[in-house]
Design a protein around this ligand. Structure first.
Ligand code: BGC
Length: 847
């Protein structure tokens, strides 16, 4: 270590030891001046010592999740990990295979939609704190999250990873997450910038919103993450924006992110994006990750970039600017500081935080005749059914999967809470003909792009399957042939059973099929229409079996099974059990075969025969509770008849315990929907406007995302945005709107009184929606512009003050290219959801 360098390090150390908080503050770009000065000086010194080759080595991946260091200068390898709900298991350096560590368990937090449903920035802060501390403990420098793409399309596969449909809510929650991550000496990486709102052809789809829509709807959460959260890194989206890949889009990156917002951190690509060296380098991309080429030298930002600089096509200063940002990030998170925080992981404290988050996020959607909470002393026998009753979710969904040391399923949670005295009758109700696809938990073959369980598909030219054509990967064991050229298929996966015993393997197909297990043909037939066959297989837990289906035909096939432990009850059986039960709880919903990266759902219905079973149960037991576990909207044709409906999201590793506490009244639900629940898929804007396809999204609804669209079209959803009940009741009164005289920041203050008028301690989320009554452009009737979650004892009353800034009143003016507040009348709506408005007033704004 040379003298100047060690002097710098000791100066940094003095700062960090004597004023630890200040040094941590400097993790935010707007941190204290003195440490920022030191960082700048140290960056300049390192830059002056780096060779061009070394600089370029800092700009691209050197393994699946890291970027090289420069040992001679004390620059360490920079390590990253997914993702938003917990630190992902360790992945091999050069492949997507698990590294098979036994020491990489992490806290599985409720996915971000659940955190968003808390409507509480402090809950979001808890989420970020666990992520940061655990990432640090796993010796990571950047955690790839949070994600803030908005839920525009209810069937978008990644909705569960994000913060809902509203730009204001997402913006308010992202900053505390980012700050809490970075307080642990780890950089947050906010993703996916920007407009990554569908998985269908996510690598190429072109997002083309108009300027107002981009600014008012899809950018504010990123803007808040940068300006208020101080995010040190951002991940570019896969998609194009106005024809140009998001990572090399000048308007998005150099003009807005780094220009207007002053982002001084690092923009890194998503894993394998469609860019080119010159445009990406010139338009602001800093680091390239995940490109699918045989060697790291073949990355766009590796040998090719070096060549461009040597040829004089790209100035070295362009490279220096990227290196400056990377070194700045590294110094801000203390990568060169021996006193850097070391974090903690998988602790009881973190597990309890996971529980606390989901406890605040569970939404009670409907509770007729106070069916809930269930009174434990009155329960003797509870019937528990539904595909999610005993399903764990942490290991699914794509890159956001988490390997936790345990996960409490709903059934286990009920067993823990009800103990020995209450009989729990658990069964899986199904129709006779339904095939249960082979769940992803059994599949050990991985998707090349995301590392998630996947079937491998090889296409051939010929019936003999000897002339190879191409390869693809597929998430589920149901496959429909699309395109005449794909008729000769090998569909294969390695399957590892979870329990030893008889697995009733079923195959339904139209075409010519030969199904082989470890090379032995077990089912073979040929048919022009759908035929279903089954065969019992004795399989051992933990052993790997090679499943291969050879298919020739132009239609479809489904491989399903009944694995041990999945007892299936007939309609007569489950209805007989339901009739005499003290309560019936049906855990409905989706799982990560549906809510998942890489694929959108094809519709909004509940998979399988859930709707039918729920309707049957509602017909025989008035204490039937439908409990939905899902990360995005589903249709509920039985909603009217259901006495109680609860939305539990994916709940993290403590989900079952939290659900049981809520059902039994040990905790009072306080979550609110961060998404609209439409009656029908066709009611949603992208579908109604025919704006969902493989090629481009025009965002035809403009600024009318989510509830704004439903209000504009007068379409009634089943449950509106912001809705959520409590076991107690609240009164909101005394609305008072005051305009401030010297309004530098907040121009209007809105005050209401909130009173708990029921018998339980509980929380209301007071929501403020604003409408610009006299705008010269078309604006939504109501837009969320303020909210506050407040806990009150029975009878207690407190004021809630919500302040509106100029920006809250403004729209993006395309003429002046800036935020504009027009003088005139604004309507203020305060209530408990976008539709449950309890107080209303107007004010006239004169700037
Ligand atoms: C996902 C990212 C993720 C990355 C690394 C990509 O496929 O889109 O969200 O962070 O993989 O796993």
């Amino acid at each position: 270590m040379n003298k100047v360098f060690s002097l710098m390090i000791s100066m940094l150390l003095v700062v960090s030891c004597s004023d630890r908080n200040r040094r941590v503050d400097s993790a935010k770009p707007h941190g204290s001046r003195s440490s920022e000065q030191l960082i700048r000086a140290e960056v300049a010194r390192l830059l002056s010592e780096l060779t061009l080759e070394e600089k370029i080595s800092l700009l691209h991946a050197n393994s699946k999740f890291s970027v090289a260091g420069v040992e001679r200068l004390g620059i360490a390898e920079m390590r990253m990990s997914d993702g938003p709900h917990g630190v992902r298991e360790e992945i091999s350096r050069d492949s997507w295979e698990s590294a098979n560590w036994t020491t990489d368990f992490a806290t599985y937090l409720p996915p971000l939609t659940a955190t968003a449903a808390s409507w509480d920035p402090e809950v979001a802060r808890l989420h970020g704190g666990v992520l940061g501390a655990e990432a640090r403990h796993r010796e990571k420098d950047i955690i790839l999250g949070p994600g803030v793409n908005l839920a525009r399309l209810p069937t978008y596969g990644r909705n569960f990873e994000y913060l809902g449909e509203d730009p204001f809510l997402a913006a308010a929650l992202v900053s505390p997450i980012v700050q809490a991550i970075q307080d642990n000496d780890v950089a947050a990486c906010v993703k996916h910038y920007a407009l990554n709102t569908q998985e269908l052809e996510r690598w190429t789809v072109d997002a083309k919103p108009d300027e107002r829509t981009l600014r008012e709807v899809y950018l504010p959460a990123f803007e808040a993450a940068v300006k208020e959260g101080g995010a040190l890194s951002i991940m570019g989206g896969y998609n194009r924006v106005d024809g140009i890949n998001a990572n090399q889009n000048k308007m998005l990156v150099n003009d807005i992110l780094k220009g207007e917002w002053g982002f001084d951190g690092v923009l890194l690509t998503d894993w394998h994006v469609d860019i080119n060296t010159f445009d990406a380098a010139m338009n602001g991309l800093d680091v390239e990750m995940g490109t699918r080429v045989p060697t790291y030298g073949e990355y766009y930002f590796a040998d090719a970039l070096l060549e461009e600089v040597k040829q004089g096509n790209i100035a070295e200063s362009v490279v220096d600017e990227k290196v400056r940002r990377i070194l700045g990030l590294q110094l801000r998170i203390g990568m060169m500081d021996p006193a850097r925080k070391t974090g903690e992981r998988n602790t009881e404290k973190h597990h309890q935080i996971a529980r606390k988050i989901i406890e605040q996020g569970i939404v009670l959607l409907q509770n007729k005749n106070q069916v809930l909470p269930l009174e434990k002393p009155r329960l003797k026998r509870v019937l528990v059914l539904g595909p999610n009753a005993n399903l764990a979710h942490g290991r699914g969904g794509g890159s956001s999967q988490v390997k936790s040391s345990y996960e409490v399923t709903p059934l286990q949670g009920l067993r823990n809470a009800l103990g020995e005295d209450v009989e729990i009758d658990y069964m899986r109700a199904t129709g006779d003909t339904e095939l249960k696809a082979i769940a992803s938990d059994y599949i050990s073959t991985r998707h090349g792009g995301s590392g998630t369980p996947a079937w491998q598909i090889h296409f051939f030219h010929d019936l003999e399957h000897s002339q190879y054509k191409s390869h693809n990967q597929w998430p589920s064991s149901h496959y429909r042939v699309e395109g005449e050229e794909k008729q000769h298929i090998n569909f294969a996966a390695t399957i590892v059973p979870l329990e030893t015993g008889e697995h009733l393997l079923q195959l339904k197909a139209a075409g010519k099929v030969d199904f082989l297990v470890d090379g032995q043909s077990v089912i073979r037939f040929e048919s022009e229409s759908d035929v279903q066959r089954a065969i019992p297989l004795q399989l051992e837990a933990g052993k790997a079996y090679k499943f291969l289906l050879r298919y020739d035909g132009s239609q479809q096939f489904t491989l399903g099974w009944e694995a041990p432990g999945l007892k299936v009850a007939s309609k007569e059986e489950y209805l007989a059990a339901a009739k005499t039960a003290d309560a019936v709880i049906y855990f409905a919903g989706l799982n990560h075969d549906y809510d998942r990266e890489g694929q959108d759902r094809s519709d909004m219905t509940l998979p399988g025969n859930q709707d039918e079973v729920i309707a049957n149960l509602l017909g025989v037991n008035a204490k039937t509770i439908v409990f939905i576990v899902a990360g995005s909207a589903v249709e509920m044709p039985w909603a009217e008849a259901a006495p109680a409906i609860v939305w539990g999201w994916y709940g993290g590793m403590e989900a079952g315990n939290a659900y049981a506490r809520m059902l039994l009244g040990e905790l009072n639900p306080s979550g609110k929907m961060p998404i609209t629940l439409p009656v029908k898929y066709e009611h949603t804007a992208p579908i109604a406007l025919n704006d969902y396809n493989e090629v481009e999204s025009r965002y035809k609804e403009g600024v009318f995302i989510g509830y704004r669209w439903f209000e504009k079209q007068y379409i009634q959803p089943i449950f509106p945005f912001g809705h959520g009940l409590s076991y107690t009741s609240f009164e909101i009164s005394g609305l008072h709107v005051r305009q401030n005289v010297s309004p530098e920041k907040d121009v209007v203050s809105v005050t209401v009184m909130v009173k708990n008028t029921g018998d339980y301690r509980g929380a209301e989320v007071v929501q403020l929606y604003l409408g610009d009554a006299e705008a010269s452009v078309e604006r939504p009737a109501k837009e969320l512009k303020g909210f506050k979650k407040i806990w009150l004892d029975p009878g207690e009353e407190k004021p809630v003050i919500l302040n509106l800034s100029k920006r809250d009143l403004a729209f993006w003016d395309i003429k002046t290219k800036g935020w504009l507040v027009e003088p005139g009348v604004f309507n203020v709506f305060v209530g408990a959801s976008v539709q449950d408005i309890r107080q209303q007033a107007s004010f006239s704004y004169q700037p």
